[in-house]
Design a protein around this ligand. Structure first.
Ligand SMILES: [Fe+2]
Length: 212
């Protein structure tokens, strides 16, 4: 009887040991799973952070490049404006009777375009064209341009060629608006009485019509 009881106790002990072992194994497995989850979560966060840094860096580089292009375009615009102002001064020196005329034509044309709802960029371009719209006068002798009194018919015909001469001077210049064509038509009139082509109404470029 004693032996049976001992055997039972022993069996109980073995069972308890086995249960504890299983419990320890389950705990260890759970711990491993939790560690794996923590490591996985940490890696995910790291990847997300690295992606965020990379995207942020790419965005900053692109923004910097865009700013550099805008600066360059602005510099080109300023250079173009300064060049056209210099040309306007040369034309004025050649034809002192019309001093300030180019500047006024540019301002008034841009004001009209603004009233008509044009974009600021196009208005500014038209203002610059105004500065050089009489550039063709460089091909007319200054004695004729500054002659006091009335011009002879032949002299007047010669002065009229300045519109076409302006076109010839600027026809290969790249500009936001069709600068050469606009200048060629700046003496055309709506009723067809202008020159050099005697264009009428809608045949005349609207930009030329604004260049009074
Ligand atoms: Fe003119």
């Amino acid at each position: 009887m004693v032996q049976v009881r001992r055997a039972l106790l022993e069996m109980n002990n073995i069972e308890a040991v086995l249960l504890k072992q299983r419990s320890d194994e389950a705990s260890a497995e759970l711990q491993d799973t939790i560690y794996a989850m923590i490591i996985g979560f940490g890696s995910g966060i790291s990847l997300l952070f690295l992606s965020y840094v990379a995207v942020n860096r790419e965005f900053a580089l692109r923004k910097k490049a865009e700013e550099a292009v805008l600066d360059y375009v602005k510099q080109l615009g300023n250079a173009m404006e300064s060049t056209l102002q210099a040309v306007a001064r040369v034309v004025e020196a050649h034809d002192p009777y019309t001093a300030g005329h180019e500047l006024r034509v540019g301002q008034i044309s841009a004001d009209i375009a603004r009233e008509m709802g044009w974009s600021e960029e196009k208005c500014n371009s038209l203002q610059l064209i105004g500065l050089v719209h009489d550039i063709g006068k460089m091909s007319i002798p200054s004695e004729i341009l500054s002659k006091p009194g009335k011009l002879s018919a032949m002299e007047f015909e010669l002065v009229k060629t300045h519109a076409e001469q302006g076109y010839q001077i600027l026809k290969n210049v790249e500009f936001p608006l069709s600068i050469a064509e606009i200048i060629r038509e700046h003496h055309e009139r709506m009723d067809g009485s202008g020159y050099p082509q005697g264009l009428k109404g809608e045949k005349i470029l609207i930009e030329s019509a604004y260049l009074l």
